[in-house]
Write a protein that binds this ligand. Structure first.
Ligand SMILES: [Mg+2]
Length: 122
């Protein structure tokens, strides 16, 4: 079974994401900030896709993404940036930092399926 890592400081979003992951056939993992996600990636057997929040305490999504993409010793999952920001400059910033896709919150199962299909992971 493929694994989907939810990185979000909101417990409610992680819970919704967990249900969504299970509905589309992924085993869910959770982290509440970028630092926890990096630790989890270092210890995991493999993560196929990450749904990544932008605004989080400790380490935000963009910092996490840049750290991940700069570290060749880490697994390199598909990353879908999830945010309430719809500013095009922010989209470009996320994509140039190594995000594969970008979705607006609150995300729906339909949107997540569509984006994961576009990246080839679903
Ligand atoms: Mg947040």
């Amino acid at each position: 079974m493929k694994t989907l890592l939810l990185v979000d400081d909101s417990r409610a979003v992680r819970l919704a994401g967990r249900r969504l992951a299970e509905a589309i056939g992924f085993a869910p993992l959770e982290a509440e900030d970028g630092a926890e996600a990096l630790t989890l990636l270092r210890e995991s057997d493999g993560v196929d896709v990450i749904l990544l929040d932008w605004n989080m305490p400790v380490m935000d999504g963009l910092t996490f993404l840049r750290t991940l993409r700069a570290d060749e010793s880490l697994p390199q999952p598909i990353v879908v940036m999830c945010t309430t920001e719809n500013d095009m400059s922010r989209v470009i910033e996320a994509i140039s930092a190594g995000a594969n896709e970008y979705i607006m919150k609150p995300f729906t199962e339909e949107i997540v399926r569509e984006k994961l299909a576009q990246t080839g992971v679903l």
